[in-house]
Design a protein around this ligand. Structure first.
Ligand code: PGA
Length: 252
C-alpha cells in the first residue's frame, strides 16, 4: 500500500468576516508550525481568498476555494472562474459539495465539468460524494456514491484522478453532530477505492479519500485510524483554531 499523506481541509462555508478570519488563520498557522503530520488546506469564501492567501504566504498551509464555475468565462453573473482562483494561488477547489448539489441543484454532469476545469487549470479538485439519509436507509449508499463517481470517471477519464482528492461525506452526517462510525466510513472509503481500482490500481492506491461530516477533535483519531481514511474535510470544527488543530494533530 502506498503511504498516503493525509489532507485536512477546512471548509469554512459561508461563515466569518475579516475580523474573525484573521485571528483564525493566525491561530491555525501557529499551531501547524509547531509540527503537523498532515497536509493542511483552508478553503475560504471566495471574497476572502486574497486575504487568506496573504496570511498563508510562506507557510506550508495550502489555500483552497469552495466552488468554481463550470464555464471558462463570460456572461455568468456572480460566478467565479478557475483563472480567477489561480490569480490567488489556490491549490485546491472543492467540487460537488452536497450543499451545492442539494441546495443549488448542481448535477453530476456539472460537477464533472467543474472537476475537469479545475484539473485543466493545474489546481486539484476535492471531489465530494455522499448519500442522503433516505438513500442510506434504503440501502442505496453504494449505488449513489458509484453514480456520482462514475460520472466523473466517464467524463474526465481515470487518469485525471492522479491529481485529485476525494471526500466521502454522508449528507446525514454534515453539520448534524451525527458522525458516521469509523466502520461505516471505512466501508464506503474501501468501496470507492475498489471502484477506482477497476480502472487503475495504481491511481486507486495513491488517491487520498477524506472523510467529512461532523468531524471533531474528539472523534478524529478514530476515523483517521481506518485504513482507507486519508484525512478529513472539516466544516463546523474548522471555525475554531484549537478545535481544527486538534483534528490536524489527530493524524499520525
Ligand atoms: P461539518 O461539515 O464538519 O460541519 O459536518 C463538513 C462539510 O460539509 O464539509
Amino acid at each position: 500500500m502506498t503511504d498516503r499523506r493525509s489532507l485536512i481541509a477546512a471548509n469554512w462555508k459561508m461563515n466569518g468576516t475579516l475580523a474573525s478570519i484573521r485571528p483564525l488563520v493566525q491561530g491555525v498557522l501557529a499551531g501547524v508550525a509547531k509540527g503537523c503530520q498532515a497536509e493542511v488546506a483552508l478553503c475560504a469564501p471566495a471574497i476572502y481568498l486574497a486575504e487568506v492567501g496573504q496570511l498563508l504566504k510562506g507557510s506550508s498551509i495550502a489555500l483552497g476555494a469552495q466552488n468554481v464555475s463550470n464555464h471558462e468565462s463570460g456572461a455568468y453573473t456572480g460566478e467565479i472562474s478557475t483563472a480567477m482562483l489561480q490569480d490567488y494561488a489556490c491549490r485546491y477547489v472543492i467540487v460537488g459539495h452536497s450543499e451545492r448539489r442539494n441546495l443549488y441543484g448542481e448535477t453530476d454532469q456539472q460537477v464533472a465539468e467543474k472537476f475537469m476545469r479545475v484539473q485543466a487549470s493545474g489546481m486539484t479538485p476535492i471531489l465530494c460524494v455522499g448519500e442522503l439519509l433516505e438513500e442510506r436507509e434504503a440501502g442505496n449508499t453504494e449505488e449513489v456514491v458509484a453514480r456520482q463517481l462514475d460520472m466523473v470517471i466517464q467524463q474526465a477519464d481515470i487518469a485525471a484522478f492522479a491529481n485529485a482528492v476525494l471526500a466521502y461525506e454522508p449528507v446525514w452526517a454534515i453539520g448534524t453532530g451525527r458522525t458516521a462510525t469509523s466502520e461505516q466510513a471505512q466501508e464506503v472509503h474501501a468501496f470507492i477505492r475498489l471502484r477506482l481500482a477497476r480502472h487503475d490500481n495504481r491511481i486507486a492506491d495513491k488517491i487520498r479519500i477524506q472523510y467529512g461530516g461532523s468531524v471533531k477533535a474528539a472523534n478524529a483519531r478514530e476515523l483517521f485510524s481506518m485504513a482507507d481514511v486519508d484525512g478529513g474535510l472539516i466544516g463546523g470544527a474548522s471555525l475554531k483554531a484549537d478545535e481544527f488543530l486538534g483534528i490536524c494533530h489527530a493524524v499520525r
